[in-house]
Design a protein around this ligand. Structure first.
Ligand code: SAM
Length: 187
């Protein structure tokens, strides 16, 4: 049995690709393990916006139930092609080359991993992509102890909006002393 410190083989392959490409914004282990745990509670279609080197998709795939499907979009065509090769034999993941909006056709989603900062501003569109009870995970925030959240001397309006929007029950979680994420469940 593998120790908790080990990562699934597919995750290790995506981390290798990240290193080869010098891609420094791949999902960290703590977030990946959370994605896998959440994926294990989901049915239907799970989506990721911003594939990068495929780390998040690999974690989602490792936790996903039988019959669940993961779709992920990457706007950089060369990167998408490399990740498509990595996932060629992975039955529950489809890597789509294109803007995140190309995934709208596969909605509604039971889980939506939003990993592109600018996309988080589109809360109305994202809310409509989630089924009732669906979970949005928004990554890469700088922890803030104040309310409203302040980063670099300015109110983080996107985080404030997600944490107060009536369509969601949301929480900010500290992943590391220097990083947090939001979990928002569609009501
Ligand atoms: C933070 S990285 C994603 C990391 C990845 N989710 C992981 O788990 O390691 C953001 C990625 O989103 C891609 N991206 C940026 N804008 C995009 C868009 N409009 N649609 C789809 N992908 C986009 C970038 O090219 C980049 O690869």
């Amino acid at each position: 049995m593998s120790a908790p410190a080990d990562v699934p083989a597919l995750v290790a392959s995506t981390l290798d690709l990240s290193r080869q490409r010098g891609f420094i914004t791949s999902t960290r282990h703590e977030t990946g393990r959370l994605l896998a745990a959440l994926a294990a509670s989901r049915e239907g279609t799970l989506a990721e916006l911003g594939t990068g080197c495929g780390v998040g998709s690999a974690w989602l795939s490792s936790g996903a139930r039988k019959g669940a499907r993961i779709v992920t979009a990457e706007v950089d065509p060369a990167l998408a092609e490399e990740v498509q090769k990595l996932f060629a034999d992975v039955e529950n993941v489809d890597v789509v080359a294109g803007d995140w909006t190309t995934l709208e056709q596969y909605a509604p989603f039971s889980l939506l991993f939003v990993d592109v900062r600018e996309v988080m501003e589109s809360i109305d569109v994202l809310a409509d992509l989630l089924e009732t009870g669906g979970i949005a995970v928004l990554d890469d925030f700088e922890p803030s102890t104040s309310w409203p959240p302040i980063v670099d001397g300015q109110v983080d309006g996107v985080r404030e909006q997600w944490l107060t929007d009536d369509r969601f029950t949301a929480v900010e979680m500290l992943i590391d002393p220097d990083a947090s994420l939001l979990i928002a469940t569609r009501r």
